[in-house]
Design a protein around this ligand. Structure first.
Ligand SMILES: *[C@@H]1O[C@H](CO)[C@@H](O)[C@H](O)[C@H]1NC(C)=O
Ligand SMILES: *[C@@H]1O[C@H](CO)[C@@H](O)[C@H](O)[C@H]1NC(C)=O
Ligand SMILES: *[C@@H]1O[C@H](CO)[C@@H](O)[C@H](O)[C@H]1NC(C)=O
Ligand SMILES: *[C@@H]1O[C@H](CO)[C@@H](O)[C@H](O)[C@H]1NC(C)=O
Ligand SMILES: *[C@@H]1O[C@H](CO)[C@@H](O)[C@H](O)[C@H]1NC(C)=O
Length: 209
């Protein structure tokens, strides 16, 4: 009995350690991001961007996030400086988010640039709502999402080839764009879009400058 318990513990120890290293993480600084990107090509959990974040971060090295990439800590929003300096969130290696990409009202105040040029699939919702300073979004290779929702009045540039597959997430297959400063969102609609066999709504309502 005792013997088998010991064997089991030895067996579990290495994987428990690896999971701890690359599990869910909250990024509050460029140093946090540096530690993550150097240690983990797969994050087995959720990456949360703290509203406290006030410097640009790179996630180069991270390829897969099995949970969400999200902004949290709404209670910090009131504490952050209104004169937040412009920051970017970049990863040229990130290809897949199995959960949601959800960057909403609690994103760092200075966020101006999101650049994930090799992100191909977000199995959950792709959800960006930004009334702050987001002007630039590079999702060049994103072709499959659960749903797509974009509401970002200041957004001027979106690099994107084409959306091909809307697989459904959280009970919706919406592709919805409203209030941006983009001049075209053709990449989202002018292609053979596989929305499966259930009801989907594809809507666009964008304002140009
Ligand atoms: C970012 O915030 C930290 C902690 O609040 C602070 O020490 C640092 O000076 C800030 N950096 C910048 C560039 O504002
Ligand atoms: C991701 O966020 C959604 C809500 O948007 C939540 O339902 C889900 O549990 C989260 N997934 C993980 C792995 O935390
Ligand atoms: C935000 O500011 C409030 C009021 O100053 C303070 O009570 C609270 O602890 C701060 N929150 C954090 C997470 O620093
Ligand atoms: C955003 O970041 C990407 C990657 O560093 C860069 O190529 C691009 O020029 C930046 N966009 C703006 C508007 O600064
Ligand atoms: C879209 O995704 C569904 C479900 O994952 C898959 O069955 C279908 O083949 C995909 N369509 C395309 C065009 O990739």
């Amino acid at each position: 009995m005792r013997r088998s318990t010991v064997a089991l513990a030895l067996c579990l120890a290495p994987s428990a350690f690896a999971t701890q290293q690359c599990g869910s993480v909250t990024i509050r600084s460029a140093a946090d991001a540096e530690a993550l990107r150097k240690g983990c090509s797969t994050v087995d959990g959720t990456v949360t961007l703290s509203a406290e974040l006030n410097e640009s971060i790179s996630l180069d090295g991270v390829q897969i996030i099995t949970g969400n990439l999200t902004s949290g800590d709404c209670n910090l929003v009131a504490n952050r400086s209104s004169s937040a300096s412009a920051i970017s969130i970049l990863s040229s290696t990130l290809t897949t988010i199995h959960g949601d990409l959800n960057l909403g009202s609690c994103v760092p105040g200075g966020l101006t640039n999101i650049s994930f040029p090799n992100l191909k699939a977000v199995d959950g919702g792709f959800d960006i709502v930004n009334f702050g300073q987001l002007t630039y979004l590079d999702i060049t290779n994103l072709d499959s999402v659960g749903y797509f929702y974009l509401w970002a009045p200041p957004l001027q540039t979106m690099l994107h080839n084409e959306l091909r597959n809307v697989t459904g997430a959280h009970g919706t297959k919406r592709v919805f764009v409203t209030q941006t400063s983009l001049t075209s969102v053709d990449s989202l609609f002018r292609n053979p879009l596989d929305i499966g066999d259930s009801l989907a709504s594809v809507e666009v309502n964008y304002f140009t400058n």
